[in-house]
Design a protein around this ligand. Structure first.
Ligand code: FAD
Ligand code: SIN
Length: 545
C-alpha cells in the first residue's frame, strides 16, 4: 500500500499541468503521477492544429471566441464555462510558454495564427503541425525538474476506491460517495496494488478506440469514465462523439488513423468528391470551414451517395514551400505512401476523434465524487455542448487543470474540510480498505476471447452508433453490447487481470453509455444525428447517466 497527497492519473496536458501546479505550490507534499503507458503516449502528443486562444485584441475578441464556441456547441454549452475558458485561456497559454513550449512566430516576432472549422478569426497558435508533441515535451521537461513529483509508468488504474470497498452499499442515490484512492495493476509485477490519496485527479483522456477507425492512440479507451460510472459517479452527454472529417484513408492499415489537420482547410484545402466536385458549398455557406459535425456528415453523405470509402482533400494549388513550412509532418507522411500533395489529392474519411461528454464536473473540475477531480478530455465541464469547436480542448484542459488546482488549495485552508495528508494516518474504518482479492482467478485460456470481443465492439459501434444513427440501429447496438458485457464480466470474474481485459471491460461500459445517451436523446443536435428525430427538440437538456 502507498499513500500520497495528490494522485494524478494520466500524463497528458491535463494531468501534467495540474501536477506541476500542485507540486510547485506545495513543495512539502507528495505528488504521484501514474500512466498506463509510456510518459508521453497520450492524445495530447498527437494534437496537430493547435490551441485556440484570443491573443490579438486588434482583430479578435473574447466575445467572438465565445460566440464561435456557442454556435458549434449547438445550444448545449454552459455559457458561464465558455466565458471562463475563453477569458482565462490567455494566462494559461502564457504559462505553458513560460514552461518552455514554443509556438510558431512571424518574422516580426508576432505569433502565427491558424484557422479551423467554426472559427470566425485566425486565432490558433501552433507548433508547425505537431503542436501537441511540443506541448507534451515542454510539460514532461518541467515535471522532470520538479523534485516532489513521482512519475510511475506502466501502471494501469483499475478502479476508484470508495465506501463500497469498505462494505457499504453505494448507489446513485448515495449522497457522499468519497474517493480514498485507487487500485492499480502494476504491469511490471502483475500485481494489483492499493494507493491511498488525499486528492485524486482523473485525466485519463478520450475513448476513440471504441470505434474501428479513430485518430486516437491505443491508450484512448475511456477508462476514467468507466471507473467513475462503476463508482456511481455522474457521467453526461456521452452520445456526442466527434468524428474528425479528415483522417488519412489508408486501406488495410489497422489502428490509429493519421490525421490531416483541419488547419490544412484553414489554409485553403478543398474537399472534393469522387467526381472532383467541391461539394461543401452544397451543404453549408461556410463550405470547408463549417463546424466539424456538418463537414463530417457532408462527407459521410457524399461517400454513401457516390459509393466510395473516402473523399479527396485537394492541396495541389498550395505553394509547396508554405505547405511544408506549416505542415512538414503531413507532407512527409503523405510522401511516404506515395502522395505528393503538389500533384495528388489526399484520400480522407471521417474517424472518431473526440469525446465531448464525460465525467460531469462543476466549474472547479469537481466530480460528483468527493475528493475526485476530473479534467481534460475525460471530463464534461459544459464547454463543448453538443459539438466541440476545433482546438478548444487543449485550452480547456489547461484552464480546468488550473481551476482544479485552485480548488485543491482551498482544501488545505478550509478547517472543516476532511482533506487528509499522506503523512497522517487514515482515520477510522478507512484503514480497513481491503487488498485486492484475486482468489479463484486464473490466466485466461485464450487471448482471442478478448481480441475478438474488442473487434465486435468496434464493429457494432461503427456500424450502428456512428455519424448517422436511428432507433433500430441503437436498439441493435444495445442488444449486442449486452451480450458482450455478460461474456466479458464472466471473464473478468474468473481471470487474472490484464490491461487488455480491463480496457475491453471499460470500452464496453463506454459503448453502453454512448448508446444509452443516444437512446435518451430524442432529437438531432450537434454531433448526435438520429434520422428518426431529424430536428432539434425544444427541450434543451444534458443527458446525465
Ligand atoms: P491524454 O492526453 O489523452 O492523456 C491521457 C492519459 O491518461 C495518458 O497518459 C494515458 O496513459 C492515461 N490513462 C488513461 N487510462 C489510464 C488508466 N486506466 N490508468 C493509468 N493511466 C491511464 N485538441 C486541440 O485542442 N487542438 C488540436 O490541434 C488537437 N488535435 C488533435 C489531434 C489528434 C490526432 C487527436 C487524437 C486529438 C487532438 N486534439 C486536439 C484533442 C486533444 O489532443 C485531446 O483532447 C487532449 O490532448 C486530451 O488531453 P488529456 O490530458 O485529457 O488526455
Ligand atoms: C486538427 O488539427 O484538425 C484537430 C484539432 C482538434 O481536434 O481540435
Amino acid at each position: 500500500m502507498r499513500k500520497t497527497d495528490f494522485l494524478v492519473i494520466g500524463s497528458g496536458i491535463a494531468g501534467l499541468t495540474y501536477a506541476l501546479k500542485v507540486a510547485n505550490r506545495f513543495p512539502e507534499k507528495k505528488v504521484l503521477v501514474m500512466t498506463k503507458a509510456t510518459a508521453d503516449e497520450t492524445n495530447t502528443k498527437y494534437a496537430q492544429g493547435g490551441i485556440a486562444v484570443v491573443n490579438d485584441m486588434e482583430n479578435d475578441s473574447f466575445e467572438k471566441h465565445i460566440e464561435d464556441t456557442l454556435i458549434a456547441g449547438d445550444g448545449l454549452c454552459n455559457e458561464k464555462v465558455v466565458e471562463i475558458v475563453v477569458k482565462e485561456g490567455p494566462d494559461r497559454v502564457q504559462e505553458i510558454i513560460d514552461w518552455g513550449a514554443q509556438f510558431d512566430k512571424e518574422a516580426d516576432g508576432d505569433y502565427k495564427r491558424g484557422k479551423e472549422g467554426g472559427h470566425s478569426e485566425f486565432r490558433i497558435l501552433h507548433h508547425k503541425d505537431v503542436t501537441g508533441k511540443e506541448m507534451e515535451r515542454a510539460l514532461i521537461d518541467a515535471v522532470n525538474s520538479q523534485t516532489n513529483i513521482e512519475f510511475i509508468k506502466h501502471c494501469f488504474v483499475v478502479d476508484i476506491i470508495t465506501q463500497h470497498h469498505l462494505g457499504y452499499l453505494v448507489n446513485k442515490a448515495t449522497p457522499d460517495v468519497e474517493c480514498y484512492g485507487v487500485y492499480v495493476l502494476n504491469q511490471e509485477t502483475n500485481k494489483i496494488e492499493k494507493i491511498l490519496a488525499g486528492i485524486t485527479l482523473l485525466a485519463t483522456g478520450g475513448n476513440g478506440q471504441v470505434y474501428r477507425t479513430t485518430t486516437n492512440p491505443s491508450i484512448a479507451t475511456g477508462d476514467g469514465v468507466a471507473m467513475v460510472y462503476r463508482a456511481k459517479g455522474r457521467v453526461e452527454n456521452m452520445e456526442f462523439i466527434q468524428f474528425h472529417p479528415t483522417a488519412l484513408y489508408e486501406p488495410g492499415v489497422k489502428g490509429q488513423a493519421f490525421l490531416i489537420t483541419e488547419a490544412v482547410r484553414g489554409d485553403g484545402g478543398i474537399l472534393r468528391n469522387k467526381n472532383g466536385e467541391a461539394f461543401m458549398e452544397r451543404y453549408d455557406e461556410r463550405k470547408d470551414l463549417a463546424p466539424r459535425d456538418i463537414v463530417a456528415r457532408a462527407i459521410d453523405s457524399e461517400m454513401k451517395r457516390t459509393g466510395t470509402e473516402h473523399v479527396w482533400l485537394d492541396c495541389r494549388h498550395f505553394d509547396k514551400e508554405k505547405f511544408t513550412e506549416h505542415f512538414p509532418n503531413i507532407y512527409e507522411k503523405c510522401l511516404s505512401i506515395g502522395i505528393d500533395i503538389t500533384k495528388h489529392m489526399i484520400p480522407v474519411s471521417p474517424a472518431a476523434h473526440y469525446s465531448c461528454g464525460g465525467i460531469k464536473t462543476d466549474e472547479w473540475g469537481r466530480s460528483s465524487i468527493k475528493n475526485l477531480y476530473a479534467c481534460g478530455e475525460c471530463a464534461s465541464t459544459g464547454l463543448h455542448g453538443a459539438n466541440r469547436l476545433a482546438s478548444n480542448s487543449l485550452l480547456e484542459a489547461m484552464v480546468f487543470a488550473h481551476r482544479c488546482y485552485m480548488d485543491s488549495i482551498t482544501r488545505f485552508t478550509d478547517a472543516t474540510d476532511t482533506f487528509r495528508s499522506a503523512s497522517e494516518p487514515l482515520k477510522g474504518t478507512h484503514d480497513d480498505i481491503p487488498d485486492w482479492n484475486a482468489a479463484g482467478t486464473t490466466e485466461p485460456r485464450e487471448m482471442i476471447l478478448i481480441t475478438q470481443s474488442l473487434k465486435e465492439l468496434q464493429q457494432v459501434m461503427s456500424d450502428y452508433v456512428g455519424i448517422v444513427r436511428n432507433n433500430v440501429r441503437l436498439q441493435r447496438a444495445m442488444r449486442r453490447l449486452d451480450l458482450l458485457w455478460e461474456e466479458t464480466e464472466d471473464l473478468y470474474e474468473s481471470s487474472t487481470l490484464s490491461p487488455q481485459l480491463l480496457e475491453l471491460r471499460n470500452m464496453i461500459t463506454v459503448g453502453y453509455l454512448i448508446v444509452k445517451g443516444a437512446g435518451f436523446r430524442k432529437e438531432s443536435r450537434g454531433l448526435h444525428y438520429n434520422t428518426d428525430y431529424p430536428s432539434k427538440s425544444n427541450l434543451v437538456q444534458n443527458i446525465v447517466l
